[in-house]
Ligand binder design. Structure first.
Ligand code: NAP
Length: 252
């Protein structure tokens, strides 16, 4: 699918993987609606072809309004990339007691329900666009994590949320096939984004040493490159692609 003169939505678009995806899609000729939390949007870099919308992905009305902004560009909405996400640390049971239930619900709320919320509302808008000659209307790319498969100690909430994103991939692709919408999921390993901002250099090197090849952290631009490839490649559908340099996470 060509991204010239189409509208695209990227959540988490003011930071990290989402930010790199926004830049890549805009450079490819798309008009990009970058959704992020209002405080992230306030400090976002102004870019040609990019409109930032402050919205919480867990909120139905706010996401519906953001989708409307994309529709109002007058260009067909064809690309949606879900990058908004949060991470927390906590074991099922620790010396402090059982995992806090509210924290677990919050992570599931943003990473899984937020992804679903954007997917359902954006799919409705994509389904109303004129199909291309082959019946295609659009593509939705969701972001899981390798923690969906090898969650580490303390990643119970995050792993559950990302496992849910992986689990949605096939049924969403099946549900949306009749509208000509593909659904793909990327499962990143360790990527150098603001999520790792507080991590010391020595720990960064330790993380890189566990990656078979290339023995370094991934970059947001490489993530955006994969999104662009998925968008372009019309036969990719209903699949989860690991993006991790061959990394298989150890228990800790
Ligand atoms: P990031 O730099 O923290 O970007 C995530 C963005 O999502 C932030 O701008 C954040 O805003 C925003 N956000 C959080 N909650 C939101 C909500 N309820 N509604 C709207 N926006 C919200 O993180 P990243 O590293 O780019 O991660 C992007 C995605 O990749 C996440 O889903 C993450 O789980 C996944 N991932 C990342 C890695 C990695 O190594 N970086 C690995 C595997 C998977 P605030 O900053 O204001 O909270």
């Amino acid at each position: 699918m060509d991204t010239t003169d189409v509208a695209a939505i990227v959540t988490g678009g003011a930071s990290g993987l989402g930010g790199a995806t926004v830049r890549r899609l805009a450079a490819g000729g798309a008009r990009v609606i970058a959704i992020d939390l209002p405080k992230a949007v306030d400090g976002a870099e102004a870019l040609d072809g990019v409109e930032y919308v402050g919205a919480d992905v867990t909120d139905g009305d706010q996401v519906a309004a953001a989708v409307e902004t994309a529709v109002n560009t007058g260009l067909p909405l064809r690309v949606v990339v879900n990058c908004a996400g949060i991470g927390t640390a906590g074991r099922v049971l620790s010396k402090k007691g059982p995992h806090d239930l509210g924290t677990f619900e919050q992570v599931i709320g943003v990473n899984l329900i937020g992804t679903f919320n954007v997917m359902r509302l954006a799919a409705e808008a994509i389904a109303q666009t004129e199909p291309l000659a082959d019946g295609a209307r659009g593509v939705i790319v969701n972001t899981a994590s390798v923690a969906a498969f090898e969650g580490q100690i303390g990643q119970i909430a995050y792993s559950a949320s990302k496992g849910g994103v992986v689990g949605m991939t096939v049924p969403a692709a099946r549900d949306l096939a009749q509208y000509g919408i593909r659904v793909m999921t990327i499962a990143p390993g360790i990527i150098d984004t603001p999520m790792l901002a507080g991590v010391e250099e020595s720990f960064r090197e330790q993380l890189a040493a566990g990656i078979p090849f290339p023995q370094r952290l991934g970059t947001p631009d490489e993530y955006a490159q994969l999104v662009a490839m998925i968008v372009e490649h019309d036969y990719l559908n209903g699949e989860v692609i690991r993006f991790d340099g061959g990394l298989r996470m150890q228990p800790r």
